[in-house]
Every structure is written in C-alpha cells, then in structure tokens.
Design a protein around this ligand. Sequence first.
Ligand SMILES: [Cu+2]
Length: 129
Amino acid sequence: MKGVWVGLSLLAVAGLATGCGGSADGGQSGSGSVPANAVKVNVQASNWKWTLDQTTFKVGVPVDFRVQATEGAHGFSIAGTNINRTVAQGQDPVDVVWTPDKPGTYTIQCSVYCGTGHGTMQTQITVTP
Ligand SMILES: [Cu+2]
C-alpha cells in the first residue's frame, strides 16, 4: 500500500483538471464521497457498449466515473477490482470513484446480463505510473 502514497504528488496536477468542469449538473448534493481532485469521466452504457470521455489514467489519482445508462440496464465493473455498480436507463448518473494503485491495462465489463451483446460489452482503459 505504501506505493499508493507516492502518487500523492500527482494529485496537485489532477487538481488543475477539475477547474475546467462547470458542467450543468445542477449542484449534486450528497456527492461528498467524491474527492475534490478526482478526474471526472463521463461514461455511457448502451446496448452494448461503454463510451468513455477518457481512457488513460494515472496511478494514485482518483477517477470519478459518472456512469449513466442511455439504454437498458448494465453493470459497470472493472475486472480485477471491487468496482461494480448497476445503472439503469432513466437514472441520474452514478458517481463511481476508483483510485488505481497499479499501472496496467484494465477491462471495463458489464456485470448484469443485458441481452445478446452482454458477453462482448467490454472496453479497455490504461493506467500509467
Ligand atoms: Cu450486460
């Protein structure tokens, strides 16, 4: 776990990115668990693919996946981690916060059976040191 804290120096860099948000999400209350320095990434789940704003992240920098289903109901999960969240069409975006602690390639996959394309509903993201 000690390696995680080496990444803290990177947080200052991530802080710069949060300044350009200004999205019209109308003051989400109750998002207190999202770190202020998290990198915000819009994620759309549809039949049957994931669409992400950004796919490369840094070790130690929290990522706030704002997951929304535009079609159907899906499970946003990252293989090899404990990230797993169900989202359904018509719901507000769900904040899923993940702080990667190891560089590498990770697979986002659907964890809720959603039809014929379920098995291939995957996309890859990269975490750099
Ligand atoms: Cu599925």
